[in-house]
Ligand binder design. Structure first.
Ligand code: XMP
Length: 509
């Protein structure tokens, strides 16, 4: 296992991806975590200190637990990570006169393993304001650029390395080779992590953890909860009970779809709770997005609580939380304000005496899909686009009303139909509709109309941390727009959202 300590770089997840692609397991922890949290891992082979947005010489800079330097485990610092190394070992880090952003020509010098197989000149990606102006004692410079005489350092005795550039981004042509050298040649990791091995290990763990108790699964019908449920089904069979909450805020035909697919798998252990009324009444008059999310989250908890009381020996709640949910929650980059409260992350209220099981907590979305396939789930389920837990409530801007909900369901289903017809459904991350809290003037026949506006949002993304709006061919957008306006009563305008994340988010609320 390789551990990545995150100091807030937007590329931290990319490092994790690169390492997993080499079949080496890795996890990301907040940069200042106490070492007790990770030294418990017997197979910890190396540490990577990520980049970060801060400067190591500032008072509020985040530092790792100082005991990491004496663990004897190889350490690689990337950008801010390298500057932490330099400062800690007595070097000097200053604001650079020449900031470097973008690709840089890097002169590679001889190194012990880190740069094996690289050319003497490499194109690597830089993104920094600060530079090392004095090299720490015991370290040797192993790379430079015109602006940074010290672009990489090593101390082979201590097995500590630092690079100013970002080997994890694809613009760094041979960056992957540097990470491979670190994890295999320096850390001596083995290529022994695969999704298959993950299933075997997790199933063993779950069986041991659950024993003869029962588990309740919050099944939404989305990819993550379906895969989590299939995994638990394999691990504990009849001890798993799945609760699907029909809150009325799902896609058109969703409840019927869930019944069709999962009744076969879980039989009578699949429980459908019709909760449309309670969701509607609690959301009445609520406009604030965070309020909506909190209300929805708490109704879910209430419903699960009730079901737990009805069933026997339920000591665990299964959730399909995946890694990007967890990481995004820990590192909204130093800010104390969460951007959005994902209602399925953050644990359960203390009064609920039940433990969480989150078997996908360390997997990325595409790994979850591979796992689903291994577990025998159909392509229809595992290739579904993500759908937020709070459902259409966060796509109906302003108050959730029946009229707006009905319009949105129809618009959403037209978008899905057209994106499938155009063979784009699996090529984009998400494609969906939003209904705005305003009306606009239009003209139909010879009459004035004053009706709702639908937004089409179609984005591409690797992991939902960043996203780009999709430049969909105009003909497809045109078809969607004219179908929405012609087929749905109450809509006279359709607009296309052309914003990326960041600075926008994928969902509007
Ligand atoms: P944002 O809007 O934060 O969305 O850019 C990122 C991804 O997360 C999904 N999303 C959620 N999923 N519960 C979920 O299970 C939630 O509360 C939630 N909020 C957003 C969103 O659809 C996108 O894929």
């Amino acid at each position: 296992m390789i551990l990545i300590l995150d100091f807030g770089s937007q590329y931290t997840q990319l490092i994790a991806r690169c390492i997993r692609e080499e079949n080496v397991y890795c996890e990301v922890y907040l940069g200042n975590k106490h070492i007790e949290c990770f030294t418990k891992f017997e197979n910890l082979k190396g540490l990577i200190l990520s980049g970060g947005y801060n400067s190591v010489y500032l008072k509020n800079a985040m530092w790792p637990d100082s005991r990491i330097w004496n663990l004897g485990i190889p350490i690689l610092g990337v950008c801010y990570g390298m500057q932490l190394i330099a400062k800690y070992f007595g070097g000097k880090v200053d604001l650079s006169k020449c900031r470097e952003f973008g690709v840089a020509n890097v002169n590679i010098k001889n190194s012990n393993y880190l740069f094996d197989g690289l050319h003497s000149n490499e194109i690597l990606w830089m993104s920094h304001n600060d530079k090392i102006s004095e090299i720490p004692k015991g370290f040797k410079v192993i790379a430079s650029t015109n602006n940074s005489p010290c672009a990489a350092i090593e101390n082979t005795m201590k097995k500590i390395y630092g690079v100013q550039f970002h080997p994890e981004v694809k613009h760094s042509i041979n960056g992957k080779k540097i990470l491979q050298n670190f994890i295999f040649k320096i850390c001596n990791s083995n290529r022994d992590w695969t999704v298959k091995s993950y299933i075997i290990d997790e199933i063993k763990k779950i069986r041991k953890q659950v024993g003869k108790n029962n588990v309740l699964c919050a099944l939404s019908g989305g990819v993550d909860s379906s895969v989590a449920a299939a995994m638990l089904n394999k691990a504990i069979g009849k001890h798993l009970f799945c609760v699907y909450v029909d809150h009325g805020l799902q896609r058109l035909g969703e409840t019927e779809r869930v019944l069709k697919i999962f009744r076969r798998m879980f039989g009578r252990n699949l429980i459908i709770v019709n909760a449309k009324k309670i969701f509607f009444s609690k959301l009445r008059g609520i406009v604030d997005p965070e309020c909506k999310r909190k209300i929805i989250g708490s109704i879910f908890i209430e419903i699960f609580n009730k079901e737990i009381k009805k069933l026997k020996k339920i000591n665990f709640l299964l959730q399909g939380t995946i890694y990007s949910d967890v990481i995004e929650s820990i590192c909204i980059k130093g800010s104390k304000v969460p951007i959005k409260s994902h209602h399925n992350v953050g644990g359960l209220p203390k009064r609920m005496r039940i433990k969480l099981i989150e078997p996908l907590k360390f997997l990325f979305k595409d790994e979850v899909r591979i796992l689903g396939k291994e577990l025998g789930l159909s392509a229809e389920i595992i290739n579904r686009q993500p759908f937020p837990g709070p459902g259409f409530a966060i796509r109906i801007l302003g108050e959730v009303t029946k009229i707006k909900l009905n319009i949105l369901k129809k618009a959403d289903s037209i978008i899905t139909e057209e994106i499938r017809n155009a063979d784009f459904y699996e090529k984009v991350w998400q494609s969906f509709a939003i209904i705005l809290p305003i009306k606009t003037v239009g003209v139909m026949g010879d009459a004035r109309t004053y009706e709702h506006v639908i937004v089409i949002r179609i984005v591409n993304s690797e992991d939902a941390m960043t996203a780009n709006w999709v430049k969909l061919p105009y003909e497809i957008l045109n078809k969607m727009s004219s179908r929405i306006i012609n087929e749905i009563k109450g809509v006279n305008r359709v607009v296309y959202d052309i914003s990326n994340k960041p600075p926008s988010t994928i969902e509007w609320e």
